[in-house]
Design a protein around this ligand. Structure first.
Ligand SMILES: [Zn+2]
Length: 322
């Protein structure tokens, strides 16, 4: 009997400030086994490399399989050589993650930004499968994504392309977490929606009673609370929802005009909590963007949820060993 050719499985890793998640993934994006391990950034970078290694070893034991390469998405700015330039979550600056992991795991490693890994996951295995021109925008705590043009992910000169949340909406607008003011992220991200809601409730305490009772206090109002209140048909939450839809549409119109995608995929916690945004945003983009930019456009919800980053990182590792 012929011995079957080994399946070229790869590992996908999602590294955050509190935990690392690892999965062994097939070429079709199927998760064969997975493992999660806590991380302790305060103990230093070498310790996190060890946390990742432990998580990988557990994951491989469970699957009783071998991995050919590893892809890792990190909440950080990462250069083309796998050097983590800066990660506030992990407290890293210029940390050679690729080099350290390759030495520890004896595997080829590719390092990327976590949001970019998630965009690649949606492109290869999720809502963007088979499409060559698409934009993925994740509206979560922040806003980020990825642009795929003519079957190629845009990386940019220093590997930071895809910072779609920092499209300017308003001159001298709300302060963003980047050096600019008035960014899309400063209006429609999870943190900005919460800030806008808290300001609205301070200005109109009576109208904000429902949200305060859900949150416990004005300062504890989050995007999740607004989503709950919106689904309870609270008028102030409805107003905040409509404003958010408008801001999001304005930002996305610029993105659609700039890249002319066939497909715009929207995902992330804010979209998951308020899926009703999708239809309104779709309508507003069609009214406001250039006709030629939207005539073939489809706007859809991301399909993979939290798995997108891990399978996207594994797909990058697949490409590396092809
Ligand atoms: Zn910004």
């Amino acid at each position: 009997m012929n011995s079957q050719k080994k399946r070229p499985l790869t590992l996908g890793v999602d590294l955050g400030g509190t935990k690392v998640e690892t999965a062994l993934v097939s070429t079709e994006g199927r998760i064969i086994s997975s493992h999660r391990h806590p991380t302790h950034p305060k103990k230093g970078a070498e310790n996190i490399v060890e946390d990742i290694a432990i998580c990988v070893e557990q994951c491989l034991n469970k699957g009783k399989e071998e991995a050919q390469a590893l892809g890792i998405g990190v909440a950080a700015q990462v250069d083309q050589t796998g050097l983590v330039r800066s990660s506030p979550n992990l407290g890293w600056k210029d940390f050679p993650l690729k080099e350290m992991l390759e030495k520890r795991l004896k595997l080829p490693v590719i390092v990327t930004n976590d949001v970019r890994a998630a965009a690649i996951g949606e492109w290869h295995f999720g809502a963007g499968k088979g499409v060559d021109d698409l934009v993925v925008v994740f509206v979560g705590t922040g806003i980020g994504g990825g642009v795929i043009s003519n079957g190629r992910l845009l990386e940019g000169c220093s590997n930071t392309a895809g910072e779609l949340g920092h499209t300017t909406l308003l001159v001298d607008g709300r302060k963003c977490h980047c050096p600019n003011r008035g960014c899309l992220e400063a209006y429609a991200s999870g943190w900005a929606i919460a800030e806008r809601a808290q300001e609205a409730v301070h200005a109109q305490p009576k109208a904000g009673r429902r949200m305060v009772s859900l949150a416990g206090s004005v300062d504890d109002i989050t995007a999740t609370v607004i989503s709950q209140a919106y689904h309870d048909e609270d008028p102030l939450a409805l107003q905040l929802f409509m404003e958010t839809a408008h801001y999001l549409s304005l930002g996305l119109v610029s993105i659609v005009n700039a890249f002319n995608p066939c497909l715009l995929i929207l995902g992330g916690g804010v979209i998951e909590g308020l899926p009703e945004l999708l239809k309104i945003v779709d309508g507003e983009i069609r009214m406001t963007a250039m006709k030629t930019a939207v005539e073939k456009l489809n706007v859809v919800k991301a399909a993979l949820g939290k798995e997108s980053g891990i399978v996207g990182a594994a797909a990058l590792a697949q490409e590396m060993i092809k």
